[in-house]
Design a protein around this ligand. Structure first.
Ligand code: AMP
Length: 452
């Protein structure tokens, strides 16, 4: 059977950049200041998209029956070569939304040995997942995909790049490393994807991202995906995108809508006890328990391991990459029932069997809450999320509720009388929090992030 991918659409040339943004209060006006805003169309089948037969077969094989809203809206624009900002949260099918148009337009390795498209993501775990999803959708057409992320074998990456690569998926730090060594050349790259752009900027990857963008041809296509569009993201778009169309998949919508969300008020020194009883009551298929700090994660892991032994794993940024991969694989293989995680690492986990999320420590900001809770209820499946609120954290709870436009339901367990949650200074483990969490403890930052 012969098959050739559809020819790559010509990029529109030049075009004036959008003017400096004002920052209107209203979210819609704010989005419109970036570019024309479109809402996702209703679409019942992938047949409505202009896709090749081989891609349709790969999509069917992946088990996708109808495009998700971000897919229905982003794919046609991306196939036309337009720059697009997709405001979409994780769990909405955004990976396939940008992978499908790229894969449809890749030239074969014989035609071009240098990377034609590059997908930049904030974490190693997400890099693995995105590359895995792209490989799944590339089924039927030989496609060389390289994962360039930190913590992975450099020699293997060098060999791969030398042998020729069509698509790169990687983290900003390692991609930047390769650019500095001269082992990665982006002069043939016609598409750059910045996935979870808000998160990458939060972590402090702006300089690396800018360097990567500057190394790509000027008339490349840029697709930017972000759960939120704070000023830093809009400024990045302003500097590096050409007349982007904004796809708003977040209006009136919350990826966490199908998820039951509850909270407990609890004294700080009874959290572990409450967690143990909650796990007993719920008997989750698989649960992720989020802690604020690496040390806190280790400590809780030790405590829960007494009961759950080998069925309880732990993951955070201090663990070697090999160990992190091993833990995530055990979770996928369902050998683990519980995973204790920090935000930075937990964010990239895409496993559909997660039935429960427990915010053992309240997240530091509302976006983290949405990302944590979005680990369950993937693609419309049901899930439940519990948040433990200690006295003094009432204000954080309120701002989460404002952010998701929904009240969390108060839950209780026998022996745990509701503890009042007066508004007072948040008792935190700030001194051991990771840098990005520390930044968001700053009330000014928090306030800015909430304005949308
Ligand atoms: P993402 O938002 O890219 O992390 O995707 C979340 C999950 O949804 C992944 O496991 C995807 O494989 C899956 N997925 C993506 N698109 C679809 C679709 N159209 N129908 C069903 N599942 C999908």
């Amino acid at each position: 059977m012969s098959y050739s991918r559809s020819p790559r659409n010509a990029r529109k040339s030049g075009g004036g950049r959008p003017s400096r943004f004002e920052e209107p209060e209203d979210t819609i006006a704010l989005l419109e200041s970036v570019g024309p805003v479109v809402l996702p169309p209703e679409m019942d089948s992938f047949d409505e998209l202009d896709l090749s037969p081989v891609m349709r077969r790969a999509i069917a094989k992946a088990g996708f029956t109808k495009p998700s809203p971000i897919q229905a809206s982003l794919i046609p624009y991306a196939l036309e070569g337009a720059d697009v900002i997709g405001q979409a949260r994780t769990g909405t099918g955004k990976t396939a939304a940008f992978s499908i148009p790229i894969l449809e337009q890749l030239d074969s390795l014989e035609e071009c040995r240098d990377p034609q498209a590059i997908i930049v993501v904030p974490t190693r775990e997400l890099a693995d997942q995105v590359a895995g999803e792209a490989a799944r959708l590339a089924r039927g057409v030989p496609t060389e995909i390289a994962i360039l992320s930190g913590g992975k074998n450099m020699n293997r990456q060098l060999r791969q790049l030398e042998n020729g690569v069509q698509l790169v998926v990687g983290t900003p730090g390692r991609i930047h490393d390769h650019l500095q060594r001269g082992t990665l050349r982006l002069h043939k790259t016609w598409c750059v994807v910045l996935d979870e752009a808000d998160r990458m900027l939060d972590i402090g990857f702006r300089p690396q991202i800018e360097r990567i963008m500057r190394k790509c041809p000027r008339n490349r296509q840029t697709l930017l995906l972000s759960a939120t569009l704070p000023p830093v993201v809009r400024r990045l778009a302003e500097s590096y995108m050409t007349e982007p169309t904004v796809i708003d998949c977040c209006r009136n919508e919350m990826a966490v809508d199908t998820i039951e969300q509850r909270y407990f008020t609890v004294a700080n020194d009874r959290k572990v006890e409450l967690l143990e009883q909650l796990l007993e009551r719920e008997n989750p298929e698989q649960a992720i328990i989020f802690c604020r700090t690496k040390r806190g994660t280790d400590r809780l892991h030790r405590q829960l391991s007494r009961t759950y032994h080998g069925a309880c794993g732990c993951i955070h940024g201090d663990l070697q990459q090999r160990e992190r991969d091993r833990v995530l694989q055990s979770l996928r293989d369902r050998k683990l029932k519980l995973l204790i995680a920090t935000d930075v690492v937990g964010r990239g986990i895409d496993i559909t069997t997660i039935s429960h999320i427990v915010n053992f420590d309240v997240p530091q900001d509302c976006d983290d809450y949405v990302h944590r809770v979005g680990r369950t209820g993937r693609m419309g499946r049901d899930g439940v999320a519990y948040t433990f609120v200690v006295p003094g954290e009432g204000e954080v709870l309120t701002s989460i509720e404002q952010r998701i436009n929904k009240e969390l339901v108060r839950d209780s367990l026998e022996g745990f009388d509701p503890v009042p949650a007066p508004v007072a200074a948040v008792k935190s483990e700030e001194e051991e929090a990771p840098a990005e969490a520390r930044r968001s403890l700053n009330p000014m930052t928090r306030k800015k992030k909430r304005r949308r």
